[in-house]
Design a protein around this ligand. Sequence first.
Ligand code: ZN
Length: 295
Amino acid sequence: MNCGVIVRDEFAERYLLGDLSPAEQEAYEQHYFECARCFAELRRLQAVRDVLRADPPALPAPKKETVRNPWWGWAAAGAVAVSLVAVVLLRQSGAPEPMAGLPRAAAPTGPTSSPGADPAGVPAVAGTVDPPLASAPPAPAASPESRRVEVLARLARAEPPRYSPSVLRGAADEATVSFKEGMKGYVAGDYGAAIPSLRQAAHLDPERPDIAFFLAASELLAGNTASAIGEFERTIAMGDTPFLEEAHFYLAKAYLAQGEVDRARAELTTVQSLRGERLSEAGELLAQLDSAGSE
Ligand SMILES: [Zn+2]
């Protein structure tokens, strides 16, 4: 099983429709656990499907034959959105329509339009690799997917890094004033409130690893994962600071929160190589990722 086969044979779509054989399903699950790209694709497709189910759109009149583009998965983002919606529309509406004949303008433009159907009575679609579907709706194979999400969410959970305020000598500079202000919110557990002051502090003094690190941690704990990743990377780029190990460790957590298992593993391996306080915790996380991956 590899990404190419998964795209070519539309594994994600068939998975969500419950169309895969048990062996295919297992192989696919094993793959997407390790592959951020395929997992992201699956989640995107599932999200589209969920939206379509919740909010039926008006459909163009059914025509005939369907020729689908098997490369929808990796196409440019806009095209992906349109073709995913179209594919799911076709599947769920029971209205096979040539992909090429589906006018862009008439295609649903986003998550607000869709067919309402549940998958009951979905016809076998000519010209695809999918086996014909029975008249009963297939049970969605969602449980392994949600299990993976659960496992990753559990492993991504992060305790706030400890903050021990240092005693100030002399007058604090502006960056320090902003930093202290932000850290009041941080120690109170109000990370959203901490962020503006910490961003200000980081802007005033971009060289301070403590500011970069606690800004990153606040972003992570506030759920701003992408910003957190950027700030942890900035902390790491400052080199051998007291925050280096912690930054790698929490960067791994941020990657887990995004489902990027390979990157998380790489960070945890780096943590291990630093042989600091997080050594055993990093090893445990890696072991848990291994056992979750072989489920
Ligand atoms: Zn893949």
